[in-house]
Design a protein around this ligand. Structure first.
Ligand SMILES: NC(=O)c1ccc[n+]([C@@H]2O[C@H](COP(=O)([O-])OP(=O)(O)OC[C@H]3O[C@@H](n4cnc5c(N)ncnc54)[C@H](OP(=O)(O)O)[C@@H]3O)[C@@H](O)[C@H]2O)c1
Length: 281
């Protein structure tokens, strides 16, 4: 049994799918009660548990061989909450924990990176018998919601400027790497980057989307206005785009290639699967 947290989110559901494709039993942890048709259709056991409620963890981890710990995106409790869960996992004698971090958590100007850096530090001293860390770059899937609008308008809105390049990684590749880290031997104490094969600027992304759509697409620089917001999630998003604008967010695909045993998907390959004919105009 493998426990996956934040399983109702995009990352969690992708990891559950990758594990179920390997016929592994999965306990999917969600925050809110209610029907979870996507998770149950995948054959996962769905349990409701607040990540910040430690009392429930012995029950959630009962009989588990491993846990994939995803903390909800831009959540202010990660720096304290993830280490608390490492301690719960140790108390429950969990054999293995894999932590879903981010590429370059040491970029502390982004609060959500700083939180993951602190969590990684706590993992090192957690006393867990087997732990691994996955550090994904930004997902190619982050742009999917914008694609119908791009198809309609011929404009890709870029909050990260026109020069910063990101090594966008397909979430399916991230999830497959997670499955490798959860199940294979010889990876303990390892920290593994998951970056896509090419560093892509917004104009290059526009070109690739245009090629898929068969129409001209241009990238438009949308410069955020005003002060950096004080609310945690908004501050994370703003500092992230400011960082990408100034420095990009690029990494090497070599580690992910080794984990997958093949090169990660290109953005053009990602588009073939997500830019379906009905959004083309
Ligand atoms: N997007 C990227 O490019 C990228 C790249 C690298 C790393 N990451 C990291 O990936 C992680 C997951 O991101 P995501 O976008 O997949 O997450 P997400 O879609 O925001 O999903 C979060 C899920 O967490 C659950 N949740 C929220 N609060 C909870 C709580 N207190 N207790 C238990 N569950 C709770 C929610 O479950 P319910 O459905 O039950 O409400 C929600 O479905 C983040 O840590 C992010 O930093 C993302």
């Amino acid at each position: 049994m493998i426990v996956v947290t934040a399983a109702g989110g995009s990352t969690g559901t992708a990891v559950v799918r990758a594990l179920r494709e390997r016929d592994l039993p999965v306990r999917a942890v969600v925050a809110r009660r209610g029907r979870r048709p996507e998770l149950t259709a995948l054959g996962a056991e769905v349990v409701v548990a607040e990540l910040t409620a430690p009392m429930q963890w012995a029950r959630v981890l009962a009989g588990a061989e491993a846990m994939y710990l995803i903390w909800p995106n831009f959540d202010p409790d990660e720096a304290e909450g993830a280490p608390a869960l490492f301690a719960e996992a140790r108390r429950a004698r969990l054999p293995r924990l894999v932590y879903h971090s981010v590429l370059r958590p040491q970029l502390r100007g982004m609060p959500h990176h700083a939180a993951k850096d602190r969590a990684e530090e706590a993992l090192d001293t957690s006393g867990l018998p087997s732990w691994r860390v996955l550090q994904p770059c930004a997902y190619a899937d982050n742009l999917d919601a914008q694609l119908p609008e791009v198809a309609r308008t011929g404009v890709l809105r870029s909050l990260w400027g026109l020069r910063g390049a990101q090594s966008l990684v397909d979430l399916r590749d991230v999830a497959e790497a997670a499955a490798v880290l959860l199940t294979e031997d010889g990876l303990d104490g390892g920290t593994f980057e998951a970056a896509g094969p090419e560093a892509l600027t917004a104009p290059r992304l526009a070109e690739l989307i245009g090629a898929r759509l068969g129409r001209e697409v241009a990238a438009d620089d949308v410069i955020p206005g005003g002060e950096v917001p004080s609310a945690y999630a908004a501050r994370c998003a703003r500092s992230m785009f400011d960082h990408y604008r100034a420095h990009g967010f690029a990494g090497s695909p070599r580690v992910l290639t080794t984990l997958l045993g093949r090169p990660p998907r290109t953005y053009a390959e990602h588009l073939v699967d997500v830019l379906v004919p009905e959004v083309q105009t």
